[in-house]
Design a protein around this ligand. Structure first.
Ligand SMILES: Nc1ncnc2c1ncn2[C@@H]1O[C@H](COP(=O)(O)OP(=O)(O)O)[C@@H](O)[C@H]1O
Ligand SMILES: [Mg+2]
Length: 254
């Protein structure tokens, strides 16, 4: 496999394993004579190997908001993606952080990307089992391209913020990414629901979102995180369970 990679990159000078991100079986920055490349890979028989194709297919539509995919190698038992390596840091979502307005601008720009005609998950299907009532699902449907995993470790901030990890790219209502961001602003940044929603409102689509739709989304995500957390959530997941429940409770009384 090394030979396959070096055929694209030239000789490797150094390999630095990624410190964060626990989904990929291979995640590393490769240093070459001409620069560096970030590689993520899964085995061809991995149940989530379809996410490699999803990332590869959406990438050409994301210029300026995501690193360029330079190559994909599907070779024997491996599926590897080689991205332009970004130097930014993980977004700091805390109130007052200069990263937060940059992420708001990133989401505004993402909202301007027409949804590509590639195979994508559908938001209303992903949330089907979690909505309080079946009628809520219509709120989540739409034809916008969504990222849906606004974990601050998926946002690299330099001069601008860029989004990595498009494994869960989805088609749905245009305001949903701002909604996913609310939960992460609360969980990772410690925002109150009011503060998180005021950042979401920088995204034009949020202002057009039906109020009951936002509430239904908050409730559905509280159910998602409760299921992920199970009986004994790890500290990170516990923060998401609390944030999503707090938001849903706030919406119900707002
Ligand atoms: N193009 C890139 N340049 C630099 N670092 C990256 C790049 N893509 C991802 N990373 C880093 O690797 C981590 C894991 O990558 P990610 O695509 O999120 O994979 P995972 O599916 O494992 O979460 C990210 O949180 C980020 O720190
Ligand atoms: Mg990630």
């Amino acid at each position: 496999m090394l030979a396959e990679v070096e055929a694209r990159t030239g000789p490797l000078l150094k390999v630095e394993p990624a410190k964060e991100g626990f989904n990929s079986e291979i995640a590393a920055r490769l240093f070459t004579e001409t620069g560096s490349v970030y590689v993520k890979g899964l085995r061809a028989d991995h149940p989530r190997v379809w996410t490699q194709r999803r990332e590869a297919e959406v990438n050409p539509y994301l210029r300026g908001i995501a690193p360029v995919l330079r190559w994909r190698i599907e070779w024997e038992e491996w599926d590897l993606l080689g991205f332009e390596a970004l130097d930014g840091h993980h977004a700091d979502y805390a109130p007052g952080s200069p990263d937060v307005p940059k992420v708001a601008r990133l989401l505004v720009r993402l909202g301007e990307v027409p949804c590509p005609g590639v195979e994508l998950r559908h938001a209303e299907q992903r949330l089907e089992r979690y909505a309080a009532q079946p009628d809520d699902l219509a709120f989540f449907a739409g034809d916008a391209l969504l990222h849906t995993d606004l974990n601050n470790a998926n946002v690299l901030v330099g001069e601008t913020a860029q989004l990595v990890d498009w494994a869960w790219a989805t088609r749905g209502a245009a305001w949903l990414d701002a909604g996913y961001w609310v939960i992460w602003l609360m969980a990772a940044g410690g925002h109150s629901p009011e503060s998180a929603e005021s950042w979401a409102s920088k995204v034009p689509a949020w202002l057009d979102a039906p109020k009951e739709g936002i509430t239904a989304f908050a409730v559905a995500n509280a159910n998602v995180w409760e299921e992920i957390g199970g009986a004994e959530p790890d500290p990170w997941t516990a923060r998401l369970v609390t944030a999503s429940k707090t938001w849903a409770a706030y919406r119900r009384t707002a």
